[in-house]
Structures are given as structure tokens and as C-alpha cells.
Design a binder for this molecule. Structure first.
Ligand code: FUL
Ligand code: CA
Length: 471
């Protein structure tokens, strides 16, 4: 009896290991990158003296007294992000003009020198606290390019920049993402800085090893290669960074846009885009806040193409997110809720041409991204079928790979049952964390997804179907 129990125990144990026993493929995400990817959609707040002088790039000679928001309320920013369904805020702590929105010891061009709160204010503190209060993650943009610092263009500047990073990391709590702009122009002495990127990265990691570092090439996440919120339809989360640097020495934008198949490093894309034409608030853009349709298009071409979406919603001169922008964000959230309200795949009977023992195809349609299905190692092109008792009408197909084991799917085909025969409705590349296909209204009792090419046996976590209303 005892032996029997031991054998039974061993068998269950073996079965359980088998299910998990899928060799990861290629470069892999860290735990921090996995958590980061799940955030999907968060807010950027670009703010500073330029907000008051109506510029996109200040030259660093601005009188710090121009920075004087009359009603700054970081809790309004955080509340707006929260109600917009966003999970984090990244704030500009210093733009290219060198003005620090926190009273840095390493600069005399800061909020301390401004008129705001008689020099006693600290925007970074207020927004860090507000993010905490509203359960949002907090991130920081700190421009290496500094058109004010007298040390910019000298070797000491790299140390000074690291000192500022240390100051921020020691004083403002957990920082989920560090945003490094690649822009590298001249400083007040007419010289360009040779950035010591490795030193900057190590300074961040030394303080907070879990911070995801954004730059053109990561190492945590990468620029998507444009500022329109549009990732490539093919989008690998891997790229080759060796020999490259952020800025002028970065890979071409077209490469950043698509990533690189079999790239040596896991550096997923982040799409940064502004809700207005400029990055900074300007009264001249009050009537050009992006429409809900445009924001939905951006959502599909970023989050829907294996990229996170960093949407800039700039504070105005009062220090508030204007009503127009915040209303638009609420409409955008409501539209997403409507589109993704009812996952029609939940009613499907799911089968697969080949399944790994213990992994059920039903896990593909359980609405849970942490449960997954995979084919055996030897099968790279399995076929997944969803059958419905009653015909469903859909126009969005959402797919997810279980990326903890790497990005594996290279191409796939989608067909629907039409008068007893399968008809192709899409033929696409890469999936990654999330892929959303926009399709015409399609009514069917059967959907078939064929993985036509993969780096290793596919590991998929979700197949979802939705019917988006007419906009
Ligand atoms: C760019 C900057 O030059 C813009 O001013 C803005 O900060 C944007 C997010 O990145 O490279
Ligand atoms: Ca699942």
C-alpha cells in the first residue's frame, strides 16, 4: 500500500513536471519586465518651464520664475490616470532645458528657484505621493541632455547626472520605469556630452534592481521608433543591442519598430505618443486633442501589437490636466470597456491538433492569461480550433503568448467556417504578449488558428473574440 502511494505520488509529480517542462526559447523577460508588460497602458506627464513659455525645447536660459502653476494638483493627475484605466504615471523630472521639477542639490535651476510655492514646492514628491495614494506605479523621465548645466559637455557631468539619479532613487520610493531620452545636443558651453550609459544604468540598478530602464535600446524596454504610437505588425520583443547606444548610435527606427527575430536581448517595445500634437501643453492645441477613434487606433497599433502604450497627457499652466483631455481619456476608457466587454471565445469548445500532456486546449479560452497551452516539442505548427454551438459574430481576435517562456510564434493563419468550408480571414506574423487583429464583422460556428511558423513549440495563453460596436 505504501509503495503504491509512493508510486502514485511520483506519477502525479511527474505529470506536473511534464506540464511545466517546456524549454524556454531565446532571450527571456525578467520578472520585472513581465510585470511591466502587464501594465500595458500608462500615462506620461510632460511638464516644465516650456509649458509656460510655449516651447517644445527650452534652451536652458529661461528664468526659473516662469514656472508658476497656480493650482497644481498632482492628485488630480493621479485620479485622472486611475479613472482612465491606466496603471502608472511617468513624470518629467527634468527636460532638455535642465529645469528640475524637484529641488535637486546638483542644480540651481529648479523648482526651488521658481516662483511656485515660494520655492518650497516639489512636483516629484507630490506626484510620487499621489501615485501611492491611487495605487499607481510611479516612473521618472530624466533627460541626460541638459542645456542649462555648466558641467554639461565635461566628464564630470556624467557623475552629476548619476548624483541626480541617486537623489531621486533615494528619495521618492519605488520607481517602476526609468525613462532615458536619447536626445543629445549641445550644452551652454557649445559642447555635446559623451554619455556614460553603462554608468547611468548601473546607478539605477544599484538603487532599484527591479526598475525597467527605457531608452532607444533598453536594457529594460525600447523606443518603438516613432512618436505616433505605432509598433510594427511584426514585432519581436528581442533585439541586438551589442555595439549600439541610445541616440545617434541606436539601430534604425525601422528596426526598433519591429524588433529582431532571435535578437540576443529581451527589450520589448514601448510606444510613446502625446494626446495633443506637442509634448508640452500649449493653448494653441486646445482644439486638437486626439479623438477617441484615433486613440483606439493607437491602442490597437501599440498594445494590440505587442507594445506598451505610454500616452502623454500634459499638465496645463494651472498644473491640472485640462477638462478636454481628461474627458477624452474617459471616453477612450469607455470605448475599450465596450469593445472588450464580452469575450465570445469563453463559450467555445477548444481542441488542438496536438497537445502536450496535461495541458488542456481549454486553457486557451478561459479568460486567464496565466493559464496556457502548448504543443509537444516536435510540433511547431499546431492547429487550434474553436467550435461554437450557436454562431458568434466577432470583429476582434485577441491572442496572447505565454512570454515567460520566450517569444516563439513567427506566423499564423486564421480561418472561419463558412458554409461547411474554412475560409482564410487573416495571415499574420508575431504575437508576443498581446496581438489584436481588427477584422470585419464575421459570423461563424468555427474558428481555426494555424501556427504556420514558430521558433519552438508554441505556448499560448489566450484566444479571445470580441464584437466591437461601430465607433
Ligand atoms: C523626445 C524629446 O525630444 C521630446 O521633447 C519629448 O521629451 C519626447 C518624449 O522625447 O525625444
Ligand atoms: Ca488562459
Amino acid at each position: 500500500m505504501k509503495r503504491l502511494l509512493i508510486t502514485a505520488g511520483l506519477l502525479t509529480c511527474l505529470a506536473a513536471t511534464n506540464a511545466q517542462d517546456i524549454a524556454p526559447y531565446g532571450a527571456l523577460p525578467t520578472k520585472a519586465q513581465l510585470e511591466w508588460q502587464d501594465l500595458e497602458n500608462y500615462m506620461f506627464i510632460v511638464f516644465g518651464p516650456n509649458t509656460f513659455t510655449d516651447k517644445e525645447w527650452g534652451d536652458g536660459t529661461e528664468d526659473p520664475k516662469v514656472f508658476n502653476p497656480t493650482q497644481l494638483d498632482a492628485r488630480q493627475w493621479a485620479r485622472t490616470a486611475k479613472e482612465a484605466g491606466m496603471k502608472a504615471i511617468i513624470i518629467v523630472a527634468k527636460h532638455h532645458d535642465g529645469f528640475c521639477l524637484f529641488p535637486s542639490k546638483y542644480s540651481n535651476h529648479t523648482v526651488r528657484e521658481s516662483a511656485w510655492k515660494n520655492g518650497k514646492g516639489d512636483v516629484l514628491r507630490e506626484i510620487a505621493d499621489a501615485c501611492k495614494e491611487y495605487g499607481l506605479k510611479f516612473g521618472v523621465y530624466l533627460s541626460p541632455w541638459d542645456r542649462n548645466s555648466p558641467d554639461y559637455g565635461t566628464p564630470y557631468y556624467n557623475q552629476l547626472f548619476a548624483n541626480m539619479l541617486n537623489e531621486i532613487y533615494a528619495g521618492y520610493g519605488p520607481i517602476f520605469e526609468q525613462w532615458f531620452d536619447g536626445a543629445n545636443g549641445e550644452g551652454p558651453n557649445g559642447k555635446k556630452q559623451e554619455y556614460d550609459w553603462e554608468f547611468f544604468y548601473q546607478t539605477v540598478y544599484h538603487n532599484q534592481p527591479g526598475t525597467v530602464i527605457f531608452s532607444d535600446i533598453g536594457p529594460g524596454c525600447r523606443w518603438v521608433g516613432n512618436e505616433n504610437g505605432s509598433a510594427g505588425t511584426t514585432n519581436w520583443s528581442t533585439i541586438n543591442t551589442k555595439g549600439f547606444e541610445p541616440g545617434a548610435k541606436a539601430p534604425a527606427p525601422a528596426i526598433l519598430n519591429k524588433g529582431e527575430e532571435d535578437g540576443a536581448a529581451w527589450v520589448p517595445a514601448e510606444s510613446d505618443v502625446s494626446i495633443r500634437p506637442g509634448w508640452f501643453y500649449s493653448p494653441s492645441t486646445d482644439n486638437s486633442v486626439k479623438s477617441v477613434d484615433k486613440l483606439m487606433e493607437i491602442y490597437y497599433s501599440s498594445v494590440g501589437r505587442n507594445s506598451n502604450l505610454l500616452l502623454n497627457v500634459p499638465s496645463d499652466r494651472r498644473g491640472l490636466i485640462p477638462a478636454k483631455d481628461s474627458l477624452r481619456l474617459m471616453e477612450f476608457r469607455r470605448m475599450r470597456e465596450q469593445v472588450f466587454k464580452k469575450n465570445l471565445a469563453l463559450n467555445a469548445k477548444v481542441t488542438a491538433s496536438h497537445s502536450r500532456s496535461q495541458l488542456k486546449p481549454a486553457s486557451l479560452a478561459d479568460g486567464n492569461a496565466s493559464t496556457y497551452w502548448a504543443s509537444p516539442d516536435s510540433v511547431k505548427t499546431p492547429v487550434i480550433t474553436l467550435n461554437f454551438e450557436k454562431a458568434v459574430t466577432f470583429n476582434r481576435l485577441l491572442l496572447q503568448e505565454y512570454i515567460a517562456l520566450g517569444q516563439r510564434v513567427k506566423a499564423f493563419r486564421v480561418e472561419v467556417l463558412d458554409h461547411g468550408r474554412y475560409k482564410e480571414i487573416a495571415n499574420e506574423t508575431t504575437i508576443g504578449h498581446k496581438r489584436i487583429l481588427l477584422l470585419p464583422d464575421t459570423k461563424t460556428k468555427g474558428l481555426r488558428i494555424t501556427i504556420t511558423d514558430a521558433k519552438a513549440c508554441p505556448v499560448l495563453s489566450e484566444v479571445q473574440l470580441f464584437k466591437a460596436p461601430k465607433s
